[in-house]
Design a protein around this ligand. Sequence first.
Ligand SMILES: Nc1ncnc2c1ncn2[C@@H]1O[C@H](COP(=O)(O)OP(=O)(O)OP(=O)(O)O)[C@@H](O)[C@H]1O
Ligand SMILES: [Zn+2]
Length: 722
Amino acid sequence: MNRVRVLVFNAALGALDYSVREGMRVEPGAVVEVPLGPRRIIGVVWEEERLFAKGVPVEKLRPILGVVPVPPLSAPLRRLVEWVADYYVAPMSAVARMVLSSGGALAGPRTMTEYRLVDGAKPPRLTPQRKKALERLDGEQATIRELAEIAEVSEGVLRGMVGAGLIEPVEVDIDRPYRSADPDFDVPTLSDDQRGASQRMIELVREGAFAPLLLDGVTGSGKTETYFEAVAEAIRLDKQVLVLLPEIALTENFLRRFEDRFGAKPVLWHSSRKSTERRRAWRAVADGGAQVVVGARSSLFLPFRNLGLIVVDEAHETSFKQEDGVRYNARDVAVIRAQLEGAPVVLASATPALESMQLAANGTYEKLDLPSRFGGATLPDIAVLDLRETPPERGRWIAPPLVEKLAERLDRGEQSLLFLNRRGYAPLTLCRHCGYRFQCPNCSAWLVEHRLSQRLACHHCGHEVPPPAACPECGEPDCLVACGPGVERIADEVAELFPDARTALVTSDTLTSPEKIAEFVAGAEGGAIDIIVGTQLVTKGYHFPELTLVGVIDADLGLEGGDLRAAERTFQQVAQVAGRAGRAAKPGEVLIQTRHPDAPVIEALAENDRDAFYEAETEARRDAGAPPFGRWAAIIVSSEDEAEARDAARAIGGIRPDHPDIAVFGPAPAPLSLLRGRYRYRFLINARRSAKLQDVIREWLGQFDFASGIRIGVDIDPYSFV
Ligand SMILES: Nc1ncnc2c1ncn2[C@@H]1O[C@H](COP(=O)(O)OP(=O)(O)OP(=O)(O)O)[C@@H](O)[C@H]1O
Ligand SMILES: [Zn+2]
């Protein structure tokens, strides 16, 4: 009998040893079923020398029950799991679980039953529930459970409809192959700059070795067209490609452009896809049938067989940072994965993160530049609108000069975009009588009024209530006053100013499905929309030829929090939204409303002086020992019981590490001191790059054994300081 070490999916257990029956072959990476007490659980066979387990004599080991029929996880992927667990101070089992994130991929039949509406069924009389289902399920095909979710009716209602012949079952082959992308389907003619950059990427794809690249191209320079040529080369060489996008909302646009270029859609991966689609994608990635995968950050952990290129598009986006579970930064993990797989990785952005710029400056990353817009389009003119000198009218948020510009665009039949990064109608609601402020019961945060959906909502935990008819504190009826603007309020203001203009409100509350996104994009491209009002969702990726005016409603908003990256984020956001203007034949213009026109970041934006901004910001970070020159980590201690959280935080603080290269601040109540019903205390740690920060944290926290109600979250290279 042989001994094998298995990483089981239970953080407390880690690795366990099992025996292997005569004749059964298991290699490292094999996904296996093992007994644990009375249960059968899933695990991954690991190299014995790389993973510690308690030494149980071989004759006492229980045998592995079976090998799951999927390809073993490759050695580079196993090394990635180890790296992520080590760097982000996370349990290896939690990281490995992300790799096997499609439970459906591991077992089950190859066909399954899905359901769809029967064509042309015209029932005489319908219950309201059935009517709703008929309306909402048009064109859908999925399991009963998934259809119930789409239609927002119970599964029972749908089963009844199957019985009544309104819905029919269909047998589908889960693992049917994907259509192949054709690298030569529609090859564009590149500009000289584009060709230079794409040639270099193609060369590196051919070499098939690790190479980190920063594709630094201004907005509208055609970064996508340029890296598509490297994608094409990888396809020709029969290698797989992963393209990471920061937001699911951007994928619609990407899918279409990809299909235009390659004649077939790429494989799409994100956590809200149907389980069968995830299974199909996971298995196709593992057996090499998936050529190009486009996905959110979780696609980094897919079991590629032969990865030849990774692209991180809009690489500066902070949504690449995962904020719960294993807190990792997908941009950084992408570079590590490329290194382990021996493949080039391209970080594409018009406003790269300061960390990436620094790595390019010191030669770690090779920089490829696209300094001008494609097709002779010019970058927009940017002007600052000082709200102290020309304030908006009382109760309004758009200052007169911007109103005038909007009117001009309407006259000329051109498009405008107003940007405010705040969902809802108003960020704060109070009682006009007693001053009561509506607050979330689970979080230390105000409830945000959403007028379209008629609710007050917490943006942190999702708690929502209908707006009350009377103040819960003093009982005064009709007393609510909205304070400050959200995008819904700006859209109202636009409707009052220009009743005939066709406006579109674009936020995650309105673009809730791929269909709605497609509808918006078609409207904006086809000139059916005059004024777009939107949150950060419209700041990037889109290319609307008629859009010639961008108004930033409040450029100071992002600077308020004052966290480490506030200035950088403001710069990126405003530069990106400004980059939507004048992308085609007609030149663009940008107006930035601010109360701080002389803040360095606003000046840099107005003067279009990116270098000056990066230089000043780099110096400030260097002085503060902040990333990339020093490192930060955060530890968050939380509990549903305030005293328990505080006591645990104090206990941890009581034996803080004493290390010349590491400074520990805290514990202090976190700015969001209550979140989803948990009280939170924070430590912030600043370390020199040379310090072994993770080892110190592991050793420090390893001394404690807290009650199960206490959670301790470690955040390495944090982006969120709340
Ligand atoms: N070589 C080319 N041939 C034809 N069209 C091109 C070419 N390069 C770019 N374009 C077009 O120019 C527009 C801008 O390109 P793209 O959206 O890729 O820019 P980008 O660099 O990603 O900009 P942003 O960072 O602002 O999103 C797109 O409509 C794209 O199809
Ligand atoms: Zn809340």
